[in-house]
Each structure stands twice: as C-alpha cells, then as structure tokens.
Design a protein around this ligand. Structure first.
Ligand code: XMP
Length: 496
C-alpha cells in the first residue's frame, strides 16, 4: 500500500488514480495523519500554500526517518527542503505550464528516461539549496532544482508533476518509484458490473431521478443507474437555454421517456445583471436543483438524484481540506446545502478518459462519445459579464461556426474542446468604409485527456482564418476574433 499525503493539491486524486491504474492500493490522508500507517511508500502531493505562509500544512519530521521511500511532489518537495534545513525561496520566475527538463545527476527515479523531456510545472516558490544529504539531479531553463534526491534515505523530490498527462514519461517516474518501494505493478480496468451492483445496493427498492444534460457524463451516469434499477429511474432534462443548439433533441432521442422542462426564461431572468462568475455558477446550480425538487414532488417515491459529476468537477470546487476553490462546478459547489434528495454520483472518482471507456463498455453510441463536452452552466460561463439574450445568440452563433469548421477539418474529435467565448471587450472595426464597434470573440481549442492539464491546439492558420472570417462576417456585432494560447495551468479551460 502507498500512503498519499494530500497538501491540498488539485492533482492529489490524479496521483492516486495513476497508481490505482497500475494495480496499487492507495490511501489518501491529510498531513496530520501522514504517519498512522506503515506503507511500502509515501507520496507527498503538491498544494497551493507556500511553506512560509501562516498555517501552511506540514508533517512530523520523523516521517523522514521511518525508512520508507518518499516521493515528494511540488509543494511536497519544498516542504521536505524546508523541514530538513535546505533553502526555499519565493521564485523570481514562477513556472506554470510546460518546461524543458534536463537530467544532470544520477538517480534510480529517472531510470530509462531520456536526458531531456517536457514536464509540467505549477509553482511560485522553489528550492535554492538542497538539505544536507540531498543533491539536485535535474534542472529546467529557469530553475536549478527541478528534482533533488537523497539516494541513501530513498527520498525523491520533484518540482514538476509526474502525474499529469502532459508530463512526458510521468508514468515511468511513478513506476520507478514503485519499483524502489518494492511494489509490483499490473494494469487495472474499471469494473462496470461492480459499479452497477453497487448502485443496486444503494437504491434498493426506491426510485431515482436523473439529471440528464445531453452530455456524456450524465448520459453514462444515467445509463449505469438504468441498468441497475430499470424503470425506477426517471430522466429529467432541464432546457436552460444555455446549451448548444440541438441538445434537447439529442436527449429526447436517447432517453425517449425523458421529462423535458422548458426553463429558458427563468434562467435568463435569474442571471440578469449578474457579472461575477462564481455568483453565476451558484445561481445556475441552485436553479437546477430547485426545478428538480419541484418536479420530484410529482414522484412521491423518489429518494435519489443521479448526477454525472466527475472528479475534475469535484476537485476544482474545493474537493479536499487544503485545496483551493478554482471554480464552483454547477453540480458540486453550486448545490444548496439542504438538498432533500440523496445524491448518486457513480462517476465522482473518474476522469473524462475513463468515462469514455465506460461509455464504450455500456454501448453508448459513438456520436455521443465523440461529442465534445459542454459545461453544465453552458454558455453562461463563456459570456464574460452579463448574460443577455442577444449575447447568448451571439456566442451560440460563433460557437456553431467553430464546431462546424472543426468538424470539416476533421480535427474536432482530436480535441477535448473547441468553442467560442464572448469576451465582453469591445473593439473598433472597419466595414466597407464605415466604423464598427463590436464585441471581441475568442476561440479556445484545447488538447487534454483528463481535463486537469491542457495545451492549446496548434490549429492550422487557414482554419483559424476561416473561422475568424466567418465569425466577423456572419455574426452580428462582432468586431474581432482572437485565439487563446494559454495552457492549463495557469489558464483554466473555460474563461470563467
Ligand atoms: P476548467 O475551466 O476548470 O474546466 O479548466 C475543466 C473541465 O470542466 C468543465 N467545466 C464544467 N463542467 N460543470 C460542468 O459540468 C461546471 O460547472 C463546469 N465548469 C467547467 C470544462 O468545460 C472543462 O471540460
């Protein structure tokens, strides 16, 4: 077993998932409980704190003398350096996103790695002097201490994140660490039958209601529950007016008995004058649940609400004690505290790529699986500032063009997302011989498997030109189109 000490990292669960995929048992513990077990290996996660901030999470120094191999990641590395009398300084150069990684020392942790590769960073502070007994074994263009180790005590520290998909060879590093711990690995798959059995046990003879948005996550969640309890599952789709064109129709063809509630006007009215992204999310989350609860009253026996929440939604909504809230996902942080229904979230600990595999296993049509996901709050978080009917129409029209052109170019299926954002910025245009002053539309297209990290897609120039020209020509009140080339981190995928 491996103990994973969570210092509030966005990716602590992802580290656990990588290890579980290799057949390893992982227990995630808060720093206070880091020493309650005697595992074969200990991993320190990253975290949002600086070792110098008041109340920064820490561990008992004795952990380093237990003789158990330790892999310390990001904040975990800084904490190790700090506790063992190395030197940590706020970085003049902060690194968020890709960095070139160069191995310049010997360590078992990097066995069979090429000396130069790409890693993913997300830190402000860095280690400037290693503690006694440690040496730096890798660097990047900006920092000397990309990794430091104490081979005798088997303490391995990396400033980057081996668990994220965009770190090349991250899995090899994790496997090397497991080998150092004496743990054998094997590939492990999700057990669909077991998931269905667990749902059966939870729901028993009760009824459940599923919130189906038309997206893959809620479709998979509802299909799993349907397989477990059959007709005792009632599907409800709320047409919020914030979704892509054709969404409701899609739901009706897949779940033919779904109850459709038309609430477009109510959502627009509730969002009137609201510009703060978190406020928007809370309003949308609450409206969804209110409408459900109202509808549920018609079905007396319903006790459970099925949602397609996946892990990236949970962690960004402050899923663990020391984690920061990045954004409240509509189906997590947006939920009112006293909800009367009990939640069933079969996908809560899974990532997008796992949900896609599960969907294949459940024989959900390819067209559903290949469709890019759309967030629950929909276009409301792709309209910066107030959501109005006019701006909704504008962003939807621009989005249609992006999707259409992406599909024509056959690149659509290779990306997690490609969409349009109404930025709220206005700029000058010249049309014919006249002056225009309209909104700037941004295009965001990203490559990511699990949504935790993302790179912007290197789209062909002619495709970018085609989309830009069509948007400024076909969508009223748009003056300009820009392409967003920010990685995640630091930029999230959605603008709000
Ligand atoms: P960010 O913007 O946080 O997005 O990098 C990560 C992934 O989550 C989606 N997303 C949401 N999905 N409800 C959802 O169902 C939400 O409130 C929400 N916010 C973001 C986003 O589209 C991306 O795939």
């Amino acid at each position: 077993m491996v103990v994973l000490v969570d210092f509030g990292s966005q990716t602590a669960h992802l580290i656990a998932r990588r290890l579980r995929d290799m057949g390893v048992v992982v227990e995630i513990v808060p720093p206070e409980k880091a020493m309650t077990n005697t595992p074969k290996g200990i991993i320190f996660s990253g975290g949002p704190a600086s070792v110098y901030s008041p109340g920064a999470p820490t561990v008992d120094k004795k952990i380093f003398d237990m003789g158990i191999p330790i892999l310390a990641i990001c904040y975990g590395m800084q904490l190790t350096a700090h506790l063992l009398h190395g030197d940590v300084k706020p970085g003049k150069i902060k690194e968020f996103g890709p960095a070139t990684f160069l191995i310049n020392g010997k360590t078992r942790l990097f066995d069979s790695l090429s000396p130069r590769s790409r890693v993913w960073m997300s830190h402000g502070d860095s280690v400037v002097a290693p503690p006694p007994g440690f040496s730096f074994v890798a660097q990047t263009e900006s920092i000397r201490a990309a990794a430091m180790t104490n081979e005798v005590k088997k303490i391995y520290c990396v400033q980057f994140h081996p668990e994220v998909e965009h770190t090349e060879h991250g899995n090899i590093i994790l496997k090397n660490f497991l080998a150092i711990c004496g743990i054998k690995t094997q590939t492990k798959h999700i057990d669909t039958k077991e998931m269905i059995q667990n749902i059966k046990k939870t729901v028993r003879n009760s009824y459940a209601i599923a919130a189906v948005s038309g997206g893959l996550d809620s479709t998979v969640a509802a299909t799993l529950v349907e397989k477990a309890i059959g007709k005792r599952l009632i599907h409800i789709h709320i047409e919020s007016g914030l979704m892509r064109e054709g969404t409701t129709k899609k739901v009706m063809t897949f779940f033919t008995n779904a109850v459709i509630l038309h609430k477009e006007k109510e959502f627009l009215a509730a969002l009137k004058g609201i510009t703060d992204p978190e406020h928007k999310r809370k309003i949308i989350g609450k409206l969804y649940v209110d409408f459900f609860e109202e509808e549920v009253k018609r079905f007396k026996k319903v006790k459970f609400l099925v949602q397609g929440t996946i892990y990236s939604d949970v962690i960004e909504s402050k899923g663990t004690k020391h984690a920061a809230t990045i954004k409240s996902h509509h189906n997590v942080g947006g939920l009112p505290e006293k909800m009367k229904l009990q939640l069933i979230e079969p996908l809560r600990y899974l990532y997008t790529d796992q949900v896609r595999l599960l969907a294949k296993d459940l024989k959900i049509p390819e067209s559903f699986i290949k469709e890019q996901p759309h967030p629950g709050p929909g276009f409301a978080i792709r309209i910066i500032g107030e959501v109005t009917k006019e701006r909704l129409e504008k962003v939807r029209a621009a989005d249609n063009i992006v999707v259409e052109e992406m599909k024509k170019s056959l690149l659509y299926e290779t990306l997690l997302h490609s969409f349009a954002v109404a930025t709220g910025i206005r700029s000058t245009a010249v049309r014919g011989d006249g002056r225009g002053y309209g909104e700037v539309i941004a295009i965001r297209a990203v490559v990511s498997r699990d949504r935790m990290t993302a790179t912007w897609a290197e789209l062909p120039y002619d495709l970018l030109q085609k989309m830009a020209s069509r948007i400024v020509n076909e969508v009223p009140n748009v003056s300009r189109v820009v392409y967003d080339i920010t990685t995640k981190p630091p930029g999230t995928i959605e603008w709000e």
